[in-house]
Design a binder for this molecule. Structure first.
Ligand SMILES: [Zn+2]
Ligand SMILES: [Zn+2]
Length: 447
């Protein structure tokens, strides 16, 4: 009688990992045969449906935007397009992130909510005594109760990682010690990232959240872990987090071996077997997706106390923010806003007026239904000490280093008098990436 729900749960867990071969092998060894057979059948049935129907249902119509395929030169790409008219200054939509993280230098200070990135009065904040190695601080009970089951328990505490209804192997003192050691090492690694570099934490939280969500569905009658109110469509009935993430663009990143080891150790000591699911390839792809799609979160005029970066410019993690990454307090990834393309003369801008990581997309001018929405990924304003040419060069350099593309926007075209040497310098890298993206977007399916 439990066979069908069990098969569904395993099947959903399988979908957490778009390259599911290893998980299939684990299932074959560990789950009863009738369940395994159902999982196989579900997998075959499902793939076509998921690939074809996705953009009809996502983003939700109520947001007033849709994803369309458009041609840029001879490259087809996905564009976020208005389905309603808006006026200058209007909020086009609001969106909560699927995952967010404070900048590593702010995390230990306890001045911002670990979950929603809101500024908190230290005397009013909720501390998490269960994880001394990673000082999580929350602005509210609501944020704490979202963070703990979504990712915090799994990554940074010794608490039972799964709900009590799900059986686990016996937890011995040795196992707890191994877990403590693994998450301490991971937390230390994160803290020692001098300049931002929050992608590893974003990936770890994302994986933890998927695992927790899928495992929760094993409980009869449960529909998974409660998610924050209105972030668009993530992990709803129709689609899972993995469905959203697998469609997003990414940059190619080779992660330090140490980083991968630290994360897999955390996963393995929490739930043995999990580590084998995060292969190097899978990890790099997720890291590249976080790097390509993360927005910088800032409010109240942004910060200006961050020390200048010491790493080489090409090694600095950049987030999409018109203020420049150095002025953000943290990074966050959004399912809908990931589709916003860059323009050096953007028709919209992200705003965090709610004083947390909820993104409000604001129109920079009057816009009509059918227009593609754009934002600035970098600071595109001409600085006092810059000529038009220098400003163009600076922003194109940042775009090429951070997102690996040569900006095709009208402003760049208008302001470009000659083919600058910076274009020559980056062209090899950029064209390679564009080719990858085209391949990726033309086949739309799981990687
Ligand atoms: Zn909060
Ligand atoms: Zn441009």
């Amino acid at each position: 009688m439990f066979i069908l729900p069990a098969a569904l749960a395993f099947y959903r867990a399988l979908r957490v990992y778009p390259s599911p071969v290893e998980l299939m092998m684990i299932y074959q060894k560990t789950v009863p045969e009738p369940i395994f057979k159902i999982v196989i059948e579900l997998t075959n049935l499902d793939v076509k449906d998921r690939v074809e129907g996705y953009y009809n249902k996502f983003p939700p119509q109520s947001l007033g935007v849709k994803v369309e395929t458009r041609m840029v030169g001879d490259i087809s790409k996905k564009a976020l397009v208005l389905t309603k008219d808006v006026q200058v200054g209007e909020v086009i939509y609001k969106e909560f992130p699927i995952v967010g993280a404070l900048d590593s230098d702010l995390q230990p200070k306890g001045l911002y909510c670990t979950q929603c990135l809101r500024e908190v009065e230290p005397s009013m904040s909720i501390k998490s005594p269960e994880s001394p190695v990673y000082e999580a601080v929350y602005c509210s009970q609501a944020c704490q109760s979202l963070a703990k089951p979504q990712h915090h328990n799994l990554l940074f505490t010794l608490e039972r990682p799964l709900p009590p209804q799900i059986p686990l192997d016996e937890i011995t003192p040795e196992k707890l010690e191994a877990r403590r050691k693994a998450h301490t090492q991971f937390a230390d690694y994160l803290k020692n990232q001098a300049y931002g570099h929050s992608a590893p934490l974003l990936v770890a939280r994302f994986i933890a959240r998927q695992v927790a969500s899928e495992m929760n569905k094993l409980i009869p009658g449960s529909s998974g872990i409660p998610s924050s109110q209105d972030y668009a469509g993530a992990d709803d009935e129709e689609y899972l987090l993995a469905d959203h993430i697998e469609r997003l663009r990414y940059v190619e990143i080779t992660p330090p071996q140490e980083e991968l080891k630290l994360i897999t150790a955390v996963l393995d000591t929490v739930l043995p077997g999990l580590d084998s699911l995060v292969t190097e390839e899978r990890y790099s792809t997720l890291l590249g997706k976080m790097a390509y799609n993360a927005f910088g979160v800032y409010y109240d005029g942004a910060r200006d106390d961050k020390p200048a970066p010491t790493a080489r410019p090409e090694d600095i993690e950049r987030t999409r923010t018109p203020m420049g990454t150095s002025r953000q307090i943290g990074s966050a990834v959004y399912t809908v806003s990931s589709y916003l393309a860059h323009s050096c003369d953007p028709n919209a801008r992200p705003s965090f007026n709610a004083g947390n990581s909820q993104l409000h997309l604001i129109a920079n001018r009057d816009l009509k239904a059918g227009e593609e929405l754009t934002v600035a990924y970098v600071d595109v304003a001409q600085r006092q000490d810059e000529s038009v040419e220098e400003c163009r060069r600076r922003r194109r350099m940042e775009l090429a280093r951070g997102w690996k593309f040569a900006c095709p926007c009208e402003r760049c075209e208008r302001e470009g008098t000659t083919v600058g040497s910076e274009d020559e310098e980056n062209i090899g890298d950029e064209s390679r990436v564009e080719k990858n993206m085209q391949r990726f977007e033309s086949n739309e399916g799981p990687l």
